[in-house]
Design a protein around this ligand. Structure first.
Ligand SMILES: Nc1ncnc2c1ncn2[C@@H]1O[C@H](COP(=O)(O)OP(=O)(O)OP(=O)(O)O)[C@@H](O)[C@H]1O
Ligand SMILES: [Mg+2]
Length: 347
């Protein structure tokens, strides 16, 4: 994990409420302060970057600190954009008499399950592809684990799917598949009047364009997938608390990440009771916490672990984020002497 800041893409994941946004924000500030131009991206529809930084962020890059911008992807807006692009591509492939049909079908697609995820994933893939030329570091504050893993697995599915489609020689089947991905869930090609609906363009040329659209998508998802699994480029950071459910979920998440070959840099055990917390109630909590910490140390012994104390208050505003960031850096041994409040101990 020591080379965390040498990576170009960091994903921060973990169960709901364990401190992903807080830690992603703290790391992003640290990276910015160290002179790395950083974009912090929230992919969780229930955004809270803005709340943590006390700045309104939203669906456009917004300055959050030195060398640091934030962006909250809006899945609905992305889905709209996605549909508009698809509409344009499809209309370029059919006779104008079919435009009304395309519009109607895509209105339905707007409400189809998965469209937001597809659009969100596409935006993430675009950001990953573009980031290199615009930023030194891209940090994704992800939605709670399950959702993220599903999204992470999509490039695989989408690539496999478009690969298969491109291999197929049957033009109309290919088109049927194309329509499906664009939201039309049946294959009434004839009635639909695609290919062959317009006589102005030879089939070969239209075929070539369909192929090109598919290839472009395929290249994009393959590229995202390649970046995601490259340990020089990407690091997944798992956040958890010393409690039963976050431990269970972390195990599952690690298994899945392993299956998809996503490199895991380490884990951050957040919100540990500070040593000076007193009282019978807290003593009892501490006993339980000790057991879970031991379990974490045993279960995840192969992973680098960082421990952060529970602060006496919620985290918002740059000052507290910097403290958390310094606590992380201190444990990484990156910034000697800059260890702030909240450090428990180094594993
Ligand atoms: N070390 C800490 N000490 C005190 N409060 C903390 C600490 N870490 C996080 N918090 C608080 O815990 C709450 C949840 O944190 P955060 O929003 O970062 O979690 P999350 O994993 O992003 O949640 P979600 O899954 O809802 O996106 C927030 O109120 C935050 O201020
Ligand atoms: Mg969050």
């Amino acid at each position: 994990m020591d080379e965390l800041f040498d990576r170009r893409i960091i994903f921060v994941g973990g169960k709901g409420g364990v401190g992903k946004t807080t830690i992603a924000g703290a790391l992003a500030l640290m990276a910015g302060e160290r002179g790395r131009s950083t974009l912090l991206v929230s992919t969780d529809p229930a955004h809270s970057l803005g709340d943590v930084f006390d700045i309104r962020v939203g669906n456009k890059e917004t300055p959050l600190g030195p060398n640091l911008s934030g962006l909250e992807i809006d899945p609905e807006a992305e889905a709209e954009r996605h549909i508009a692009t698809v509409k344009m591509s499809m209309k370029s492939l059919v006779a104008p008499k079919m435009y009304g049909d395309i519009d109607r079908q895509l209105e339905l697609a707007r409400h189809s399950p998965g469209i937001m995820e597809a659009a969100l994933l596409e935006r993430m893939a675009d950001l990953m592809a573009d980031a290199k030329s615009r930023f030194d570091l891209l940090i994704f504050d992800t939605a709670p684990s399950g959702h993220t893993i599903r999204l992470l697995s999509l490039p695989e599915v989408l690539s496999a799917w478009s690969d298969g489609m491109l291999d197929r020689q049957d033009r109309s089947r290919r088109l049927g598949e194309l329509l499906k991905v664009f939201g039309r869930d049946h294959s009434r090609e004839d009635e639909f009047g695609m290919i062959g609906g317009s006589k102005e363009e030879p089939d070969d040329s239209r075929d070539g364009r369909i192929q090109e659209i598919l290839l472009t998508r395929r290249r994009k998802f393959h590229r995202a997938r390649a970046l995601l699994t490259d340990p020089v480029v990407t690091a997944f950071l798992l956040v958890l608390t010393a409690e039963r459910l976050p431990i269970l979920e972390s195990k599952k998440t690690l298994d899945l990440l392993g299956k998809f070959n996503v490199p895991v840099a380490g884990m951050i055990v957040n919100r540990l009771l500070p040593p000076n917390a007193e009282g019978d109630f807290l003593r009892e909590r501490r006993i339980q916490e000790r057991e879970y910490r031991d379990e974490i140390d045993r279960t995840f012994s192969g992973l680098r672990r960082i421990y952060l104390d529970l602060l006496p208050h919620d985290v918002h505003g740059v000052e507290t984020l910097l403290k958390i960031g310094q606590a992380i850096m201190g444990q990484l041994g990156v910034d000697s002497g800059a260890v702030g409040a909240g450090v428990a101990e180094v594993s």
